[in-house]
Design a protein around this ligand. Sequence first.
Ligand SMILES: C[S@@+](CC[C@H](N)C(=O)[O-])C[C@H]1O[C@@H](n2cnc3c(N)ncnc32)[C@H](O)[C@@H]1O
Length: 294
Amino acid sequence: MARRGGDRWCRDGCRMTSIGEAWRLARQRIDRLDARRLLEHVAGCSHADLLAYPEKLLSALQTTRLDELVRRRAGGEPLAYLVGSAGFYGREFKITADVLIPRPETELLVELALERLQHMPEPVVADLGTGSGVLAVSLKCHSPQARVVAVDLSPAALAVARRNARLHDAAVRFIEGDWYGPLVGERFDLIVANPPYVAAADPHLENGGLPFEPRMALTDGVRGGDGLDCIRVIVGGAMRHLLPGGWLLIEHGYDQAVAVRHLLRRAGLGGAASWPDLSGIERVSGASLVTGGD
Ligand SMILES: C[S@@+](CC[C@H](N)C(=O)[O-])C[C@H]1O[C@@H](n2cnc3c(N)ncnc32)[C@H](O)[C@@H]1O
């Protein structure tokens, strides 16, 4: 490294940037917290390191990489895709552009599921549309006595889910297929699902970070539809796949609770109810198989 006019240069002529300077520059282009996360990711350091050693130099490769990530973040790409991970229910999960970024409101589904699992000695659980595997892995980790199977139509999403299961040492059976398709003849004490529920014509699909997420994770793609088609299939199959006393818990859109409760009752399930997320919005609805199945 050489010094010229106060700047620091590496041997092949590139200017070297300190962590403090890189952070300042990144903050001019993107949100302060995002800038910090990207810098920590690229430099492989903690927040405390950023504060304690602002003079530490980034390599030329790290500087280029940070610049590229800041550019992508400024273009709207979600942070989780840029750093390759996201937190969910107290654990860190690997995330790629093949899976939906787990949302905080989905943690409500885990809580409702765990409330039910604690009363079941050796429950069998299905997670339909597992994506990154956050639901299946969280349930298995918090309820090790459960046997958990997770289904997704996307082989790429399943690869991410398997990776997350290994990362958290969660023995989950992953299967590729269309909702209940690979589960013929199987019955469960608990079925959880966070299916695609955004109507294909919903303009939100073009806003914020949604254009970067897999379409098949967000919407059933039915033009002119109400976004409930996947939920209809999942609710419609519940009687054939729940054990007596078993529960179906399903996440849905902010304005779909009434419709989902109606579907649950019409399918013959009992005790249909909805639960609010932390913003007070009914986010999860569920019901149970009160009598024997068909
Ligand atoms: C909203 S994402 C949920 C991902 C994850 N469970 C979560 O909560 O973050 C919905 C998932 O359903 C999957 N999916 C879409 N259509 C499906 C189908 N017909 N059968 C099974 N999975 C499907 C998508 O690939 C996606 O991973």
